[in-house]
Design a protein around this ligand. Structure first.
Ligand code: MF3
Ligand code: CO
Length: 252
């Protein structure tokens, strides 16, 4: 395991990349409504990416064919944008985007309602978003890595949801995926001691039903095995002496 701790200068570059990610996600979010295809969202993301002079972290990654992941309803992560997948009122959609700017990577995701959604779907998204905020609050010196996963797991399981175990968050820097892995479950007080300059992409994936996931024949689309709804939120977070610094939080 090779962990790269980042200098303040590197954290500035990671923030620049992540602020592009935030703008791309904002542009996609503004376009989400019934009748739009997931491919339309990919085109919006691609246009914003070019405008920012950045390059995709996803396109070509292990052969991934788009710049955006679009994960609708029972899709947990890694849904591939399609012209024939038209968003319907009541769907929920996860949008996940990553890019490189000046050699540093940004990565973030959010799940959104399409028009009016059921109270159950909204509650799942709210709990997943809040679990990420609780995880971020645990990104302080003196804590350990599994405190982060515990914060997610304890919050969502208390509400009857389950945490996906087969995908995890990750360190991020000059590569999209660096050590350490950041599971969304854990035992408090265990794991790597959090250090100044550690930058983590924390990304809870939370299912309404059981935690098991399967990958479809396209080799990317990960769905809940019981086809229950799933939500996903991700932020890239720097651990500093002043506390957690959420690099991908939109600044406006
Ligand atoms: N945000 C995801 C991750 O951290 C998405 C990457 S999948 C890709 O792993 F293939 F599209 F790159
Ligand atoms: Co990620």
């Amino acid at each position: 395991m090779k962990i790269f701790l980042k200098t303040p200068e590197e954290i500035k570059k990671l923030q620049a990349a992540n602020q592009i990610v935030a703008r791309v996600l904002d542009a996609c979010e503004a376009a989400v409504r019934p009748g739009v295809s997931t491919w339309d969202l990919n085109e919006i993301a691609d246009r914003e990416l070019q405008r920012a002079g950045a390059t995709s972290a996803f396109l070509g990654y292990h052969g991934y064919p788009a710049v955006l992941c679009t994960s609708v309803n029972e899709v947990v992560v890694h849904g591939i944008p399609r012209k024939d997948l038209i968003l319907q009122e009541g769907d929920i959609i996860g949008i996940d985007f990553g890019c490189f700017k000046e050699g540093y990577c940004g990565d973030a995701a959010r799940t959104l309602p399409v028009g009016r959604v059921s109270a159950e779907a909204q509650a799942l998204m709210d709990a997943t978003r809040e679990s990420l905020e609780r995880a971020i609050a645990h990104c302080v010196l003196g804590n350990r890595l599994q405190d982060i996963g515990w914060a997610v797991q304890s919050y969502v399981e208390e509400r009857g949801y389950s945490v996906v175990r087969s995908f995890v968050g990750h360190g991020i820097g000059q590569a999209m995926h660096e050590d350490p892995q950041v599971p969304n479950y854990g035992t408090p007080g265990r794991g790597l001691r959090l250090r100044e300059g550690l930058v983590l992409a924390i990304e809870p994936m939370v299912n309404q039903g059981l935690s098991e996931v399967e990958v479809l024949a396209d080799r990317w689309t990960a769905v809940t095995r019981d086809r229950s709804l799933s939500a996903h939120f991700e932020h890239s977070v720097a651990i500093t002496a002043e506390g957690p610094y959420v690099l991908s939080r939109p600044h406006g």
